[in-house]
Design a protein around this ligand. Structure first.
Ligand code: NDP
Ligand code: 8X3
Length: 251
């Protein structure tokens, strides 16, 4: 039975869908993200619809001290038994030689160091209890590089490596560690990647049916609800119209 789920990047897309999916099965939620007003609106809707306990926390995963301040003093009855490391972003889609180093920093600080910052705060409580489940949101981009994906792909390959390493390091503590790696999901991901250019973002999903963030949440929920002796190490899910990072059947 899951008591509490901590979701990073719960203000949008996959993280938001996970919040609703876990609330529907009665879990308490710790929702984190930078846009607190969005989290509060989600909290209000979830509390009204499902009556579960929700704690919204304004937190930039890249801010190590801020993460520690926010997560080291959670109320005892809200300590998470499931951590979903979902917060992440891509910035730009450029040839390496044209890339913006500030974008590289933000992707690495968020997708890689952010995951480490949060996990480092949550793991001690799981070790103490001798149970817990860490679910990292990877990507097809962590399996295959694609042209102009350079640093984003590398950051997701790092998520893959960290997931496998954590599973080894936490083995003796009975903590499950999983990676769920989606292909194309229609969220705000591409709007963020293209700096708010809605036309460019929309074109990413033209002519085929991408995954809905609820599809990913369903898989994350499935992994979390399996009996404690069963672990999904790694799961790659794609729209049916997608065969690889670059091969999409557009009509
Ligand atoms: P969205 O842009 O819709 O959501 C991203 C979430 O991450 C937001 O809630 C955002 O919250 C949060 N976030 C971003 N930066 C930070 C930060 N520094 N600190 C805290 N929270 C942050 O995109 P998705 O839902 O698609 O993305 C979720 C994850 O899924 C990402 O890790 C992404 O790499 C991965 N993914 C996405 C795919 C896709 O096709 N969409 C495919 C494969 C993987 P806020 O801005 O409020 O801080
Ligand atoms: C997001 C999927 O293919 O745009 O991780 O990199 S992709």
């Amino acid at each position: 039975m899951i008591h509490n789920v901590l979701i990073t990047g719960a203000s949008s897309g996959i993280g938001r869908s996970c919040a609703f999916r876990f609330a529907a099965s009665g879990a308490g939620l710790i929702l984190t993200g930078r846009r607190i007003e969005r989290l509060k609106a989600i909290e209000e809707e979830i509390t009204r619809s499902f009556g579960v306990k929700v704690l919204s926390i304004e937190m930039d995963v890249a801010d190590r001290e801020g993460v520690a301040r926010a997560l080291n003093n959670l109320p005892e009855d809200m300590e998470p038994d499931v951590l979903i490391n979902n917060a992440g972003l891509a910035l730009g889609l450029d040839l390496f030689q044209d890339g913006n180093p500030e974008f590289w920093d933000r992707m690495i600080d968020t997708n890689v160091k952010g995951l480490l910052n949060v996990t480092h705060c949550i793991v001690p409580g799981m070790i103490r209890k001798g149970r817990g489940h860490i679910i990292n949101i990877g990507s097809v981009a962590g399996r295959e590089v694609y042209a102009k994906g350079n640093v984003y792909c590398a950051s997701k390959a790092a998520v893959d490596s960290i997931t496998r390493a954590l599973r080894m390091d936490l083995l003796v503590h009975g903590i499950r560690v999983s990676q769920i790696a989606p292909g194309a999901v229609e969220t705000e991901f591409s709007v963020v990647r293209f700096g708010g250019d809605l036309e460019k973002a929309g074109a990413v999903y033209n002519g085929f049916q991408p995954l809905h963030p609820d599809d990913v949440a369903e898989v994350v929920h499935y992994a979390a609800m399996l009996p404690p002796h069963v672990n999904i190490n790694d799961l790659l899910l794609m729209p049916t119209a997608q065969a690889s990072a670059t091969q999409i059947n557009r009509k």
